[in-house]
Design a protein around this ligand. Structure first.
Ligand code: 13P
Length: 285
């Protein structure tokens, strides 16, 4: 198991996995982590990584890591194919997620196993998988009614991790991607989480996707009951875009990027700092 998760499990906190696609977001996340002495995961989806470039992302993160001393891993978020994952591993990622949640259970197991084998052959110590599809997208979304029958089933989770040999599993326990426009996101099913934890054992890291918009008490309970990685994207995107819009509205004649972007970086940093404190990963470097 990667050290970053071993320490989180032992000390009962979760590490934030923050999505990025540009330098301002990376800068904001490192400033927050440095300020609060927190380990972090920098995450990029297929689209985000395509925009910034996987090798550039690796190089920028290495540079910040060296300068700040922050413990960080680079993670592929929702890789949908073997080729995507291979490309990320070959670009030097520390951790990958294969999302086969749209495949049948058996096909997902088969493909995940192949990815685990490739990752292990390249010394990558964290492969995360997903077999229940997580609804929504990282945006402001209309309310969705979640069905309990689509939540992660503990015995299926045990079967999946045993047969694939994955290091981490993304669970569906009432979480979704995105933030509801008009109301609070749904409550998490903490009892279900406890059952999953019990079924899969301590060697598998449990991951909570859709970390935006969840009530603080639910996040604390989830961390208490075994979640060690929490993915956050929508709230960072909102902070970035709202701040950028406001800065441009307030300064219509300003055209200099380095004078426009500091307030945007500050807005994203603030959200990351709130999440770090909520997940309990502050003062853990
Ligand atoms: P949110 O956009 O809801 O924070 O979810 C992010 C995520 O789970 C990325 O995998």
């Amino acid at each position: 198991m990667l050290d970053i998760f071993k320490k989180a499990q032992e000390n009962k906190y979760a590490v934030g996995a923050f999505n990025v696609s540009n330098l301002e977001q990376i800068k904001a996340i490192f400033l927050a982590a440095q300020n609060l002495k927190s380990p972090i995961i920098i995450s990029a989806s297929e689209g985000e990584a395509e925009f910034i470039g996987k090798k550039h992302l690796r190089a920028i993160i290495d540079s910040y890591k060296k300068e700040t001393g922050v413990e960080v891993i680079l993670h592929q978020d929702h890789g949908k194919s073997f080729e995507t994952i291979k490309d990320s591993i070959d670009a030097g990622y520390d951790s990958v997620q294969f999302d086969g949640s749209k495949l049948s259970f058996e096909e997902n197991i088969e493909k995940t196993k192949r990815i685990v084998e490739y990752a292990q052959s390249k010394g990558v110590k964290n492969v995360e998988a997903e077999f229940n599809h997580l609804e929504g997208q990282s945006a402001l979304i209309e309310k969705i009614e979640l069905k309990k029958e689509n939540f992660t089933d503990p015995s299926q989770a045990k079967d999946f991790v045993e047969r694939t040999g994955v290091d981490a599993l993304a669970v569906v326990i009432g979480n979704l991607h995105g933030v509801f426009k008009d109301c609070q996101n749904p409550k998490l099913d903490i009892d279900r989480l406890k059952e999953i934890r019990e079924a899969v054992g301590q060697d598998v890291n449990l991951v909570l996707h859709g970390g935006s918009g969840i009530a603080e008490d639910d996040i604390k309970e989830a961390v208490k009951n075994g979640i060690v990685k929490i993915n956050v994207n929508t709230e960072l995107r909102m902070a970035y875009t709202n701040s950028l819009k406001k800065t441009l509205e307030d300064n219509p004649d300003q055209i200099t990027p380095y004078k426009i972007m500091p307030l945007v970086v500050e807005a994203v940093q603030k959200v990351v700092e709130e999440k770090i404190k909520l997940f309990g990963s502050d003062n853990k470097l």
